[in-house]
Design a binder for this molecule. Structure first.
Ligand SMILES: [Ca+2]
Ligand SMILES: [Ca+2]
Length: 141
């Protein structure tokens, strides 16, 4: 059963982080899906995988909104990630959220790695490919 599978998957990634408060979030809550229960009708961002990184060893990545509000990570400036590594995101965002992936540099301005527009309340993989590097993020409806 689809809903049950989603619940299992959500349980597998651990505690669901507090939902990101986004004004004007879509009211398109169809039934009582797992996402509706855990994300209040928003979309659950599952994990981020580095398919190609931009630096030697590790990238230091974070996700912002278009206006520079931090989406992830919540308790650090960035998350250090190696090529092919996957890190948990565990965030709820609006079904129409636009996410910007950045790579932190200490001495230079941070590198823009691309943006994705969440395409509604659906389970889908998105790719940050607008700059150097290639990252995949999974959304779970
Ligand atoms: Ca860099
Ligand atoms: Ca860096």
């Amino acid at each position: 059963m689809r809903t049950w599978r989603k619940l299992s998957r959500l349980a597998a990634v651990g505690t669901v982080a507090a939902c990101l408060a986004v004004s004007g979030a879509s009211a398109a809550v169809a039934g009582q899906s797992a996402a509706a229960l855990t994300c209040g009708g928003n979309v659950f961002l599952d994990g981020l995988r580095a398919l190609e990184i931009t630096e030697n060893g590790h990238d230091e990545v974070y996700i912002n909104t278009s206006t520079g509000v931090r989406v992830w990570p919540a308790t650090a400036d960035y998350v250090s990630i190696a090529v092919n590594q996957r890190v948990e995101v565990d965030k709820c965002v609006a079904p129409n959220a636009v996410l910007y992936l950045w790579e932190e540099d200490t001495l230079d301005v941070d590198d823009y790695l691309g943006a994705v527009a969440i395409d509604g309340d659906r389970t889908k993989d998105y790719f940050f490919a607008g700059g150097p590097g290639l990252y995949r993020i999974g959304a779970v409806a």
